[in-house]
Design a protein around this ligand. Structure first.
Ligand SMILES: [Zn+2]
Length: 329
């Protein structure tokens, strides 16, 4: 396969602390031999576990970038055993635009794996992670939240995997993160996900959904800050005591957890995140926006569970995922 065109300006094998870029050539009208400079930090002291920490896989999710720019600034090599590789904004063009997918190619980074060295900018970044960064790592943490169009209960997640020993490692890392909720997550569209790419080559992988609505709050940012420190302690990279609080365990037994709407309109949620519903309970009503006088359409629960995620903001389109349920274990 062709070599990836990205050049790192940091040395992943060198002890100390380095700030640099993953330089992706991007030739265009306003910069003939230009490039995209994706910030990266490497903090390393000796041999030991390697953690790869990423934010802004989707460009409109902020807890990851916030705590990873902070960590890159504050973490020192003497605090570390092994290596911490930090990429606060994995899909940097999407992050700068404040959008889920890249404005350069309209590609969703988390559906672009394994990527392509001769593909679009997002596919090239994915290929670099797939073939260069992921193989270096023992532990991979990828921060997500709901972005502009979803809102989540704050959770860390792991997946059901064929390799049960790996599944247990991922679950232990998820629990070490210690978000208010810990989820065994079901994916509706796993093809091309970074999660899958990391898990398929045996990595200990943790992801999160920490809120949403296209912003971050002190509460969700605090969860992210605590979680990444706890996880690095769990991995043996940082020393010290983890900060523990109670967590609630959720799982998603089947596809009935996901509620899609066939109609667009004005959404009125009747339950809040974290509330319990029984099968048939109304979750939301959708009002027609084109005229007055019509009764709203009701969206009812397909199974029991607590509302783990909901659509945001106030209007929806046909096909939107309106509500996601999970079951407390
Ligand atoms: Zn995301």
């Amino acid at each position: 396969m062709r070599a990836n065109p990205i050049t790192p300006t940091v040395d992943f094998e060198m002890d100390g602390k380095q700030h640099g870029h993953l330089r992706l050539p991007y030739s265009r009208n306003d910069s003939a031999w230009g490039s995209v400079l994706i910030p990266v930090s490497v903090i390393r002291r000796g041999t030991g576990p390697v953690a790869l920490l990423t934010g802004a896989n989707h460009g409109d999710e902020y807890e990851g970038p916030l705590v990873l720019f902070e960590l890159a600034h504050s973490l020192t090599p003497d605090q570390v055993t092994g290596t911490v590789i930090i990429v606060p904004a994995m899909n940097f063009p999407a992050f700068l635009a404040g959008t889920r997918v890249s404005p350069l190619d309209q590609v969703n980074m988390n559906r672009a794996f394994p990527g392509a060295p001769d593909g679009t900018p997002t596919q090239k970044i994915a290929d670099y992670f797939q073939r260069t960064l992921l193989p270096m790592a023992d532990l991979v943490l990828d921060f997500h939240s709901g972005g502009r169009t979803l809102d989540f209960l704050p959770f860390a997640a792991s997946h059901i995997l064929e390799d049960k020993a790996q599944e247990a490692r991922c679950r232990a890392a998820r629990d070490a993160f210690n978000a208010p909720f810990s989820v065994e997550m079901r994916e509706i569209d796993a093809l091309g996900m970074y999660d899958d790419a990391a898990e398929a080559i045996g990595k200990t992988f943790v992801t999160t959904e920490l809120g949403g609505q296209g912003s971050a709050t002190p509460y969700t940012t605090g969860i992210a800050r605590k979680g990444v420190r706890n996880l690095l302690i769990h991995a043996g990279i940082l020393s010290g005591e983890p900060e523990r609080a109670p967590t609630r365990y959720l799982s998603q037994p089947d596809d009935a957890c996901f509620h899609f709407t066939a109609q667009g309109g004005l959404v009125e949620f009747l339950v809040s995140l974290g509330e319990f519903v029984k099968p048939g309970d109304p979750i939301a009503r959708i009002w027609q926006t084109g005229q007055t006088g019509s009764a709203p359409r009701s969206v009812t629960a397909q199974r029991d569970g607590i509302l783990m995620a909901r659509h945001h903001p106030g209007l929806c389109q046909a096909g939107d995922c309106l509500a996601v349920l999970a079951v407390e274990d």
